[in-house]
Design a binder for this molecule. Structure first.
Ligand code: ZN
Ligand code: ZN
Length: 291
C-alpha cells in the first residue's frame, strides 16, 4: 500500500498533468465499477443463499445496501464538487488583516498570501484551505470545505465492504452446501488437500469474490486508520505531529464536520455549516483566533 502511494507521489511530482488525466478516471472508475460489482454479487448471489428472497430479512438487506451505496457515492460526489481552494473565500477574506498578516504565508505558485494551514497542490495548481491531501478516488483535493464528505466516503466504503465480508461468514456458517466451496473450509480442516473435483467454477468464483472483498475492505481500513488520528487531533495527512490546533475531540469534530457534527453520517445532503471559513485557527497554547 505504502509502495503504491510513494510511487504515485513520485510520478505526480514529475508529470502532474499526465498523472491527473490518467489516475483520476482510473481511480474513480475503479470505485464505481467496484461498488456496482459488490452490490450485484451481494444482493443477487451471496445474500439470496442466506435469506429467502421473499422474506423480510432479504428486503432489509436491500435497504441497508441502498443506504450504504447512496452514502458512499453521494459523499464521493459531494467531495468532488465541493471546492476547498482559497478561491472560494469571499473577496474581503482573500486579503489578511494587519494582525493576521504575519501568520499568512506567501505562495510562490499562486503569487499571493494564503491563510495558515493552506498548502499549494501541484495537481490542482491552487492553494487549498487546511489542505489534507489530493485524493485520486474523488478526483479532488481534500481540505477545509470537503473533508466531511471525504471522511464519510471512506467510512461507508469500509462499512460496505465489511458488511459484504460479514455475509460471507454468515453464509459459511448457515449454508452447509456452500461451505465446502470456501478454501478456508479446507484449510480449517487441518490442511485437508482439496479434491481436484471440487475445483469447479463455483469453487473458483466463491474464493475469487471473497479475496476481492478482503482487498476491498483493507484499502478503506488503512485510509480510516490515517483519518481517525487526523480527526481526533485536528491534524492533517502530512502534518500528523503538529498538535497546535488540537482543541479536544468534541471541538475538533465540529470544526471539521460542521455544526451538525455526527448527524452528517446520515446523508451528504444534511446541511452542516462549517464554524469558520478556514482562515482563522485557534492554537492550543494561546487560544487566540488568528493562528
Ligand atoms: Zn498556491
Ligand atoms: Zn489537489
Amino acid at each position: 500500500m505504502c509502495f503504491i502511494m510513494v510511487g504515485c507521489k513520485y510520478i505526480a511530482d514529475i508529470y502532474p498533468m499526465q498523472f491527473v488525466m490518467t489516475a483520476h478516471p482510473c481511480a474513480v472508475g475503479l470505485v464505481l465499477v467496484g461498488t456496482a460489482f459488490f452490490l450485484w454479487v451481494e444482493m443477487f448471489f451471496v445474500v439470496p443463499m442466506i435469506f429467502d428472497t421473499e422474506g423480510v430479512m432479504y428486503k432489509l438487506a436491500w435497504l441497508v445496501a441502498i443506504f450504504v451505496v447512496y452514502n458512499l457515492l453521494g459523499n464521493m460526489l459531494a467531495c468532488h464538487r465541493t471546492d476547498s481552494s482559497v478561491k472560494t473565500l469571499p473577496e474581503d477574506r482573500k486579503i489578511p488583516s494587519e494582525e493576521e498578516k504575519p501568520l499568512w504565508n506567501y505562495c510562490d505558485y499562486c503569487q499571493m498570501l494564503v491563510p495558515p494551514r493552506a498548502w499549494h497542490c501541484k495537481l490542482c495548481n491552487v492553494c487549498i484551505l487546511r489542505r489534507d491531501h489530493h485524493c485520486i478516488f474523488t478526483a479532488s483535493c481534500i481540505g477545509h470545505n470537503n473533508y466531511r464528505y471525504f471522511f464519510w466516503f471512506t467510512s461507508y466504503m469500509m462499512i460496505g465492504t465489511f458488511l459484504a465480508l460479514a455475509t460471507h461468514f454468515l453464509l459459511f456458517i448457515v449454508n452447509e452446501k456452500v461451505r465446502k466451496y470456501y478454501l478456508i473450509f479446507h484449510i480449517s480442516r487441518f490442511f485437508k488437500q482439496v479434491n481436484l473435483q471440487e475445483l469447479n467454477p463455483m469453487f473458483i468464483w466463491m474464493n475469487l469474490i471473497f479475496v476481492l472483498n478482503v482487498y476491498a475492505f483493507t484499502f478503506p481500513l488503512v485510509m480510516i486508520a490515517y483519518q481517525i488520528p487526523t480527526l481526533y487531533l485536528n491534524t492533517t495527512f502530512y502534518t500528523q505531529t503538529d498538535l497546535r490546533y488540537n482543541q479536544g475531540l468534541r471541538e475538533n469534530f465540529k470544526l471539521i464536520m460542521g455544526s451538525r457534527g455526527l448527524w452528517t453520517f446520515l446523508s451528504p445532503t444534511i446541511k452542516s455549516p462549517l464554524i469558520h471559513d478556514g482562515t482563522q485557527w485557534k492554537t492550543k497554547k494561546s487560544d487566540v483566533t488568528i493562528c
